[in-house]
Design a protein around this ligand. Structure first.
Ligand SMILES: O=P(O)(O)O[C@H]1O[C@H](CO)[C@@H](O)[C@H]1O
Ligand SMILES: [Mn+2]
Ligand SMILES: [Mn+2]
Length: 402
């Protein structure tokens, strides 16, 4: 009897009931990808034609999307037996960011409002940047505005190399991001200044400071490396990870889960460069997870490399690559194991801008058969509550098991 929570980062399945308040009414990450694929608008060197996700669809992805949107789409329609063990969930937390989504999945909805930096230039309060420059002994900073991380590196990366000033930027999320050259500025130095920034943004209620190291020699070839680190505030209440740890259960986390939960209760953490490497880590971890244990995995490429970059074909290819490896996991489920595949928010690659989209998420269950339908859930915490019950852990403070 074990449990695996698998987060396909940003794989939303249609606008949330409150999406209009976020400017996201009509957003639909998976639906718009499927539609683009169906009309040949999502071909690249890796894929062509209609979206092909046979294993996810068999687990109920299309059905969950239909439940969330009322629409039945090519590439998501089932052609045979579909698992009845699927549903969808909308979010209670107010932020449409990664920590809010993951914490809520883990049983802790975010009831407070995060701090955000305004969409002005400069976007950061002067007292904050002054103190950062002074306390981190910097020659100044570049950026100081809302930006896409890859665009701003292309634009300011060379100036950064000449001046030694790190590139600081934000987004619609509660983030203070710092990009700097991994070799020239130095990775350790970047992490150090992020730790200073973490302390300085605490009074502004900022969810994360993110180190964004990049490599390359000029704006033509700058590329972010896999050494990104998120300096998050810890969740405000015990999550299912804390509870599992307190009960001396075997806990493993894959990818950025460790950072998202500020290293609290995340057990043995394994990281990999890209979804495929993360998948290998997850399978290896799952093979070694003890009875009663919990594995929590995040697959970040969907969001970071394709969603935020508004790369529809790339997103479709990443989904198909992920789907093709699903049998490797499903065949490893033993009687009594529970797998829940879900997401933390949307990031519709057809949507204007480069930010997340407020969407419902899928709940796809495999392993232990269930009798009652999952349906539409109002709160991601139902996932954590279900896992807690499955593992025989004390009940979480939020969420209703399905
Ligand atoms: O454009 P990049 O740097 O990828 O930033 C994105 O990644 C951040 C954290 O996930 C989000 O806030 C979004 O702005
Ligand atoms: Mn995310
Ligand atoms: Mn993101």
């Amino acid at each position: 009897m074990r449990a695996l929570i698998l987060v396909m980062d940003s794989v939303g399945i249609g606008a949330a009931p409150d999406a209009a308040a976020y400017g996201d009414d009509g957003a639909d990450t998976i639906g718009h990808i499927a539609e683009a694929c169906a009309v040949g608008d999502a071909d690249n060197e890796l894929r062509r034609g209609p979206l092909h996700l046979p294993h996810l669809v068999k687990l109920g992805l299309g059905e969950a999307h239909r439940l969330a949107t009322g629409r039945r789409l090519p590439g998501l329609a089932d052609r045979g037996e579909v698992s009845p063990q699927c549903g969808c969930a909308s979010e209670q937390s107010r932020g449409k960011d990664t920590p809010s989504g993951h914490w809520e999945i883990a049983g802790v909805p975010v009831r407070f409002d995060w701090g955000y930096f305004p969409k002005t230039e400069p976007c950061f309060p002067q007292e904050l940047t002054d103190r950062l420059v002074e306390e981190a002994a910097l020659p100044g900073i570049l950026g100081n505005r809302h930006a896409s991380g890859t665009d701003i590196i292309a634009e300011l990366g060379e100036q950064h190399l000449q001046s030694g000033k790190p590139i600081c930027y934000t987004s619609a999320d509660s983030v203070f991001q710092i990009a700097a050259h991994e070799q020239v500025f130095g990775l350790t130095r970047l992490y150090e200044i992020c730790a200073v920034a973490r302390r300085l943004v605490d009074p502004f209620n900022i969810g994360r400071v993110i180190a964004r190291p990049f490599a390359g020699t000029s704006s033509r070839d700058f590329k972010r490396t896999s050494h990104r680190r998120d300096f998050a505030v810890p969740p405000p209440e015990p999550t299912i990870l804390d509870i599992a740890e307190a009960e001396h259960r075997d806990v493993m986390s894959i990818g950025k889960i460790d950072d998202i939960f500020a290293h609290r209760g995340t057990g043995l953490n394994k990281r990999g460069d890209g979804n495929d490497a993360l998948y290998d880590c997850m399978l290896h971890g799952w093979d070694h997870l003890s009875d009663g244990g919990l594995l929590f995995a995040n697959f970040v490429d969907f969001d970071t490399i394709y969603g935020h970059r508004r790369d529809v074909a790339g997103y479709a290819a990443a989904l198909e690559a992920f789907d093709s490896r699903l049998p490797e996991l499903v065949e490893r489920l033993k009687i009594g194991d529970l797998l829940i595949i879900t997401a933390d928010h949307g990031c519709d690659p057809t949507w204007p801008g480069s930010d997340h989209t407020r969407e419902q998420v899928p709940i796809l269950v495999a392993g232990t058969p269930r009798s009652s339908p999952i349906g539409k859930r109002s709160g991601f915490a139902d996932i954590g509550a279900t896992v807690a019950r499955h593992l025989g852990l004390p009940p979480l403070a939020h969420g209703l098991p399905f």
